[in-house]
Write a protein that binds this ligand. Structure first.
Ligand code: BEZ
Length: 209
């Protein structure tokens, strides 16, 4: 099944390292960073799990719950978490889905057969509190993700929602933002009393609040 931006994230009930969860109930009013891994006790995955655990306060500040997935069992995950904590000097507290039979990996199109028929690639889904898929990323098995980018896109999505803006290339918090072309100048004057710089009629930059 393909998962597209704007779709409602498919719900599922599954065993995790924190007990069984119903995904939609578990996510509640939070955003979710749902990310998959090929297997436990593998080097790239170990660093990614560790980095996510190290960033717990950053995710919490963004009202975002991390949810990992790896195509192994809860018992294997629990042993692996000890290794993650030991080698990455952290205390991993977020749940990791046990997907040894690939049910969720297939539901979320995380199996890319030319890469592996039995293990998930490195998929990312950012899901909003309305359970809508807001962003997808897919990395191959041998390239670890950039977690600064994960936090940056969550910031960009949340700012876009709060202030009706878009963000330019390489935007980071504090940078100017774009007034979308769907907002005409009359409406923009009400929404952005701070004014804007018009580089072209379709390219207007303003300061975010
Ligand atoms: C890794 O996490 O290092 C890894 C896992 C599966 C295939 C390739 C690399």
């Amino acid at each position: 099944m393909s998962i597209h931006i704007g779709d409602i994230a498919p719900n599922f009930t599954i065993d995790t390292t924190k007990g069984e969860i119903d995904f939609h109930k578990w996510s509640g009013d939070s955003w979710v960073f749902f990310f998959s891994h090929p297997a436990d006790f593998t080097p790239v995955c170990t660093t990614e799990m560790g980095r996510t655990a190290q960033l717990a306060a950053e995710f919490a500040a963004r009202n975002t719950k991390p949810l990992g997935l790896s195509t192994d069992t809860v018992a294997e995950h629990l042993k692996w978490i000890d290794d993650v904590n030991d080698t990455q000097h952290t205390d991993l507290q977020f749940p990791i889905v046990a997907d040894a039979d690939l049910t969720i990996s297939k539901l979320y199109d995380m199996i890319h057969p030319s890469e592996s028929a039995t293990q998930a690639v490195r998929s990312v889904f950012i899901i909003d509190p309305q359970k809508k898929i807001r962003l997808t990323l897919t990395y191959p098995m041998n390239v670890g993700r950039n977690f600064d980018e994960i936090l940056r896109v969550i910031d960009a999505l949340q700012l876009a929602d709060a202030q009706s803006v878009a963000t330019p290339a390489d935007w980071k918090p504090g940078d100017k933002v774009i007034i979308p072309p769907s907002i005409d100048n009359e409406k923009a004057a009400k929404l952005f009393p701070q004014g804007w710089e018009e580089i072209r009629p379709y390219l207007r930059l303003t300061k975010a609040d």
